[in-house]
Design a protein around this ligand. Sequence first.
Ligand code: RET
Length: 249
Amino acid sequence: MNINLAAELVGLDRIINSDPVAITFFIGYMAMFASAVFFFVERGSVDGKWKLSLLVSGLITGIAAVHYYYMRDFYMQTGTSPTAFRYVDWTLTVPLMCVEFYLLTKPFGAKGSTLTKLIIASVVMLVTGYIGETSGIDNNIMWGIASTLGYLYIVYEVFAGDIAQLAKGSNSPALNRAMFLLKIFITLGWSIYPIGYMVLPGNLLSGAFEVSSIDLFYNIADAINKIGFGLVIYSVAIAETAKNKKALA
Ligand SMILES: *C/C=C(C)/C=C/C=C(C)/C=C/C1=C(C)CCCC1(C)C
């Protein structure tokens, strides 16, 4: 059997023909997997209360790795967007990112109700986004707007709401720097997703990019946001652990 035919049968021709979407599914899978291993192992080198934060970072990237494994296969076999897998992944991982904000501000009095509000906002954002992506050309702008309201609520909580107020109570430079970076992630990093969504037929950027580039936007955004978010938390955990060791010595 000819090598190209064999490759086509398993969908590998997309990689051989250097399809950028297929390549980012591959790299995304490996990067998520490697990051999950890193966060799980590094749990061992941070102080008690940070272990849970690193565990959550490991779960976020680990859950994403499993979904990328399936999404990559789905894309290779069909050449279409694995939208359902994508949203299952986000429905699990975005609330876990809210948990990270909660854990960071818990020492300064974060309550369960703050976490609940963030999780409700993320579910609103994702359910309406999913309906928008699957309900066809006529309504995706409307659902996109509804989803954006959920997104803006999360941004509000982190910039001016409970999370912002609580973080002010901390006098740790490492935590303040982390909050600053996480704000950049949720404004610039997370804004890549609605830009990808706007490439859908009938939406504001339709025609500006190929439809398949939606997955390119989402794959790049996922790698930046999930791994970057985890690394920011890792860096505060390491800094705070070192500070405690010094204080004890
Ligand atoms: C790890 C996955 C993350 C951080 C996913 C974040 C997803 C979003 C911020 C999605 C936002 C959307 C809008 C704001 C409007 C259009 C529909 C969405 C769901 C793409």
